[in-house]
Design a protein around this ligand. Structure first.
Ligand code: SAM
Ligand code: SF4
Length: 309
């Protein structure tokens, strides 16, 4: 289960957030940490074992360490991970790990300070690199780095990213740009398929596929780490998708690429015993596949920052 805990973020990535940010919603419209923990308990009773915390940027949310602590006490939850932009990771990594966070995926679309600042509209890449080093130092293994390749922006860095796996045991994952929210109108034009990236890196050794992972993994000859390709567009993995998402305003989303949402905020607040059945129905409502770029497909109404990726 992927749980977004906030729509807010300390960056403004071009493909994810509008420049002016998103409107801060009223307190009452958002699930509290206590309410999210109640949902997570029921999810665990239904058999969900892994929770990924995402956002917006999860580390901007006050009380995040204590929240991770409360999730880690839930019976049946075996793995708690987080997707973060890494800007505040150096500050929080140790406390998060002690609270029960097992792993982090860190998004970093460029290793070059100016380019990184351009893509994120103002971010400092050195903050993220410090966060990555801290996660490696603490043994949050495997540290995974998410890279969205955008035509004309960072496509010339794919080999530099791949080379990071030569000496460090990190997983580099190239994610294809998806036409969601901010990127809806231009993603097709700037799209670079993972096949193209694979060819640019060359000389990749395939590794066995893990069915629970959306990525197909390879390694460089003598490389320590792995290089993954997540291809939601060029060859979707819907048949193997077992994810259910929850937004910070309490909507269950059976599929990232569908506008179908099940509003549970009122149920969580006023009719908790009903939640189990509603969650079950949401899981069973997962579509067979997504329909991105097919005829009649409607672009999603939310930005990625409002879903959590
Ligand atoms: N702020 C955190 C971060 O950046 O990792 C977590 C939330 S962010 C929405 C989660 C992931 O979604 C990031 O790796 C980001 O690069 C990815 N993402 C956002 N918009 C995307 C898009 N249009 N296509 C592909 N990936 C996207
Ligand atoms: Fe923020 Fe993550 Fe979206 Fe970038 S991708 S704007 S860091 S939520």
């Amino acid at each position: 289960m992927r749980i977004s805990i906030t729509d807010l973020c300390n960056l403004r990535c071009l493909y994810c957030m509008p420049e002016e940010g998103v409107c801060k919603k009223n307190h009452e419209e958002m699930l509290t940490f206590e309410e999210i923990t109640k949902v997570a308990k029921i999810a665990a009773e239904l058999g969900i074992e892994k929770i990924r915390i995402t956002g917006g940027e999860p580390l901007v949310k006050k009380g995040i360490v204590e929240f991770i602590g409360s999730l880690s006490k839930i019976n049946g939850i075996k793995d708690i991970a987080m997707t973060t932009n890494g800007v505040l990771l150096k500050k929080y990594a140790k406390d998060l790990m002690e609270a029960g966070l097992k792993r982090v995926n860190i998004s970093i679309d460029s290793l070059r300070p100016e380019k990184y600042a351009e893509i994120t509209r103002g971010g400092n890449v050195y903050d993220v690199l410090d966060g990555i080093q801290e996660a490696i130092k603490l043994g949050m293994a495997p540290v995974k780095l998410n890279i969205v390749v955008i035509g004309g922006y960072n496509e010339d860095e794919v080999v530099d990213f791949a080379n990071l796996t030569k000496d460090d045991d990190v997983e580099i994952r190239f994610i294809e740009l998806m036409p969601i929210g901010q990127a809806g109108s231009w993603a097709k034009e700037k799209f670079i398929s993972n096949e193209t990236i694979k060819q640019r890196i060359g000389n990749l050794i395939p590794l066995p596929h893990q069915p629970s992972s959306p990525a197909k993994y390879y390694k460089l000859p003598n490389g320590k780490g792995k290089i993954g390709f997540i291809n939601p567009i060029s060859s979707h993995f819907c048949g193997e998708c077992n994810r259910i998402r929850m937004t910070s305003d309490g909507k269950l989303k059976p599929c990232l690429h569908s506008n179908q949402e099940i509003d549970i905020i009122d149920i969580v607040r006023n009719n908790l015993p009903q939640l189990r059945e509603v969650m079950k129905q949401a899981i069973l409502a997962k579509p067979q596949q997504h329909y991105l770029y097919t005829e009649g497909f409607e672009l999603g109404q939310r930005n990625m920052s409002e879903i959590g990726g």
